[in-house]
Ligand binder design. Structure first.
Ligand code: AMP
Ligand code: MG
Length: 397
């Protein structure tokens, strides 16, 4: 009996832990998850500084129409700070340290400058246009808790504090194996009955996109020896993904050989279309996904089952990306008792997402996968969806 979609995904996520931390170069940490709390080692900003190009003045001199003598200049990076005397102004650039006596900065746009003097065109108040020490982040604050996904803003923050190395969860090493006597490698022309092993590339691309480190194991031929050798190698990785050879054909050897190698099968067959014969098992810490071989089925089952597992291994939460709600542009019929993954084109119309079928939904048709920017998940119970009904869509870009 096939198991239900949600059940399959939950069993996979239950089996996936979070990989150990490792030290990574700052730029190699983008898209990864911080493995320990990060506390600010110092105040940000480190000292009071100007928020504008302008003039440092005293509060008593900051009245509209007042004329002040320009007695100094502080560029960004300037370390010499001429004090601001009464009746005087010091020219100051954005980011430059605030000199003694300065109580506010007058932006250059609000002044007129002539012959070494400046005139204020507007009254300002004490503290205006100054960025104060520690106003962004105070020294010691827990700015990034463990579990934070490192996006460009977090990278910016870590860089501001001089962190060239960070502790993040390790990337999963993902072995990828194709199976089948009909397959030839890239660079060869397919002979009679042969096709090129495209799945290994779509899977490697998807693994890399999901933050994993793909390891291409090539092709296992449809005999026991070849399967044993290649699958045994694959079981050394954190995750092993195979494609094809998992249905009920005479030469579908993947599950039998995995069992022989000590993989505990958690399930085989899910009530979904495409992707029904998908199997999942574990050996020690290694997660083993046996995906079907039709290129569309391989890609769709990767999105639905493997990507969430790779996220969980890397500590990304939520492991399952949120679905968007979209309205169907046309009515759809489907078989009941299984979830259907519909390749769709999603567009925004008057603030609402509208999903329309990207065309022929046959599992043999890759073209409509390419035309799709989403996968609508049509629940098992229903067999008909009227145009305008709301469905969950996994957005692919
Ligand atoms: P199987 O499950 O072995 O019967 O394979 C199902 C279908 O997927 C067949 O049409 C295969 O030719 C195709 N297929 C299997 N492996 C690959 C692959 N690596 N790349 C592209 N198509 C494949
Ligand atoms: Mg096969």
């Amino acid at each position: 009996m096939p198991i239900q979609f949600e059940d399959a995904r939950n069993r996979i996520l239950d089996a996936a832990g979070t990989l150990d931390p490792e030290q990574a170069q700052l730029l190699d940490a983008v898209g990864r998850v911080l493995a320990e709390d990060f506390h600010a080692p110092w105040d940000l900003p480190l000292w009071d500084n100007s928020a504008m190009d302008g003039f440092a003045v005293r509060a008593a001199d900051a009245a509209s129409g007042k004329e002040l003598e320009i007695t100094g200049y502080i560029p960004a990076g300037g370390a010499e700070l001429p004090p601001v005397a009464p009746g005087c102004a010091v020219k100051i650039m954005t980011g430059a340290p605030i000199p003694p006596g300065c109580e506010l900065v007058v932006p250059v746009e609000e002044t007129e400058e002539r012959d070494g003097r400046m005139r204020l065109l507007k009254s300002l108040r004490v503290r205006d246009h100054i960025r104060f020490k520690g106003e962004d982040i105070a020294a010691g604050a827990r700015v990034l808790p463990a579990g934070t996904l490192l996006r460009p803003p977090e990278i910016s923050l870590l860089a501001s504090f001089g962190q060239s190395l960070v502790q993040v969860h390790r990337r999963p090493r993902v072995a990828i194996l194709s199976t089948g006597d009909e397959l030839v490698d890239l660079g060869m022309l397919p002979g009679p009955g042969q096709i090129i092993n495209s799945n290994i590339y779509s899977l490697a691309a998807a693994v890399r996109d999901a933050g994993g480190d793909p390891q291409l194991l090539g092709i296992a031929r449809d005999n026991l020896k070849s399967h044993r050798d290649k699958l045994a190698r694959g079981l050394k990785a954190d995750v092993l993904i195979t494609s094809a050879g998992v249905s009920a054909g005479d030469r579908d050897l993947v599950r039998d050989v995995l069992a022989e190698l000590g993989v505990e099968q958690k399930f085989w067959k899910i009530a979904i279309k495409p992707g029904r014969p998908t199997a999942f098992g574990v050996k020690g810490e290694t997660l083993v996904f046996s995906l079907p071989g039709n290129p569309v089925s391989t890609m769709v089952t990767f999105e639905m089952f493997v990507r969430p597992a790779l996220r969980k291994l890397q500590g990304v939460t939520p492991a399952v990306r949120p679905f968007a709600k979209a309205r169907l542009a046309e009515s759809i019929r489907k078989r009941p008792e299984r979830v259907q993954f519909l390749r769709v084109q999603v567009r925004l119309e008057e603030g609402r997402l509208i999903a329309s079928s990207s065309g022929d939904q046959n599992t043999g048709i890759v073209r409509t996968m390419i035309r799709a920017n989403g996968i609508a998940v049509l629940p098992a119970e229903r067999d008909r969806f009227e145009a305008g009904s709301e469905v969950d869509v996994l957005l692919l870009d």
